[in-house]
Design a protein around this ligand. Structure first.
Ligand code: NCD
Length: 393
């Protein structure tokens, strides 16, 4: 059975821990693993801009002794000639043993995993998920905080169009963490992420007003609390105690994915020295998947709590572990995507996906819409997770 990594949900908690342990070992012996994937070819297919993710995957493959072929410029790939993702993947599948895909459309990696014989690793599909970044984030959190379970983490920035926090919020909640999601109006976590978080056993979601980090963020903000027992805080003000926040995870506004009308939205308030001086953030590490724009002040780069460049460097050992697992060198308990398509007989007539950034709306001939039914009963697009809409007659 081939091992794709499309969503963080493809990995059990034990799998995550096995990958992080393997990444620790890779980090300690970075230069001694050049035999593991000898003669294996990785294709990095990046149909959306990237620096870190592509280079760290490629560095990881070189460190494992494998070879890399790449297509990194959407404008120079056949996609610009109108080739469908499905055709591109069928072809790359003939050239490589493992495929790392980044694509602007939500659900692209799921489509690719369905057509390729080679394992497909999702390196970001539109605004949906970025599971290997989450492994990098968890690896960094465990190193910086000395543990993974039960962490209190503030997610800050563009939580709607940024994909990294979608995978990370789930992983943190699954490890019993308390996640505070703080976003400007219009940039809150999408409802499918919130619904999915509420389906994790023991996890509750509540809307709260957050205080205790106001030095940088100026005023209490409406926020989402995701934690065991969160419901008890619904509508209340949550004040972070001194030293309570283990980490703050900032993201940039994903302007390339914003609707045209909001592309000029103002920059986010900056995380700066004043923020790190507030009691709640006394021992917080500051993380960011990068690239940063203005949301983290360069003045804190030298602060020992600024972990974002250490986090970026962790991309290599973590992706070495991911590639080793994809090629069967590390046995994981769970296999492949767990998303189950709804029985068509169970679906209302005339539903469609209305999300313009979904692969099924961008390439409907190659990828006709498919749906699933969530535990809460919502009919959701299998590819982008947005709620299906009723076709107007
Ligand atoms: C992120 C991404 O591409 O989703 N970058 C990354 O992979 N490290 C975040 C971003 O682009 O803002």
């Amino acid at each position: 059975m081939k091992r794709d990594l499309v969503s963080i949900e493809d990995l059990s908690n034990d799998d995550v821990l096995a990958l992080l342990d393997r990444a620790d070992e890779m980090a300690a012996h970075l230069r001694e693993r050049a035999h593991l994937l000898r003669d294996t070819i990785l294709a990095t297919l990046f149909l959306e801009p990237s620096t870190r993710t592509r280079l760290s995957f490629e560095a990881a493959m070189h460190r494992l002794g494998g070879r890399v072929i790449t297509s990194a410029d959407p404008a120079s790939s056949s996609t610009s000639k109108g080739e469908t993702l499905m055709d591109t993947i069928r072809m790359v599948d003939g050239y490589a043993d493992v495929i790392v895909l980044r694509h602007a459309a939500a659900g692209a990696a799921l489509v690719a995993a369905g057509v390729a014989d080679a394992p497909v690793i999702n390196a970001g599909d539109g605004g949906r998920e970025h599971p290997t970044q989450t492994l990098v984030d968890l690896f960094t959190l465990r190193r910086e905080r000395g543990r993974l379970p039960g962490l209190t983490v503030l997610l800050y920035g563009d939580l709607r169009y940024g994909r990294t926090t979608h995978s990370l919020a789930r992983a943190l909640a699954r490890f019993g963490g308390r996640v505070l999601a703080l976003a400007e109006p219009g940039l809150e976590l999408p409802d499918y992420v919130i619904e999915g978080l509420g389906e994790i056993p023991g996890v509750e979601v509540a809307s709260v007003e957050l205080d205790g980090v106001s030095a940088a963020l100026r005023r209490p903000r409406l926020s989402t609390l995701i934690a065991p027992g969160a419901a008890a805080f619904e509508g209340r003000r949550v004040v972070l105690e001194a030293g309570e926040l283990d980490a703050i995870y900032a993201t940039r506004i994903q302007r390339e994915r914003l609707p045209q009308s909001s592309r000029g939205a103002p920059e986010l308030p900056r995380i700066d020295a004043a923020f790190l001086a507030s009691p709640a953030t006394r021992s917080s590490v500051v993380m960011h998947p990068l690239p940063r724009v203005t949301e983290i002040d360069v003045g804190i780069d030298a602060d020992p709590r600024a972990a974002y460049f250490r986090q970026a460097a962790a991309g290599v050992p973590v992706r070495m572990a991911v590639l080793a697992a994809a090629m069967g060198d590390l046995r994981l308990a769970s296999v492949g995507s767990r998303r189950r398509e709804a029985n068509p007989a169970d679906l209302p007539r005339g539903v469609r996906c209305a999300e313009p950034a979904c692969i099924s709306t961008r390439e409907p001939a190659a990828t006709p819409p498919r749906f699933r039914r969530s535990a809460a009963g919502t009919v959701r697009c299998l590819y982008c997770e947005n709620a299906a809409v009723q076709e107007s007659v």
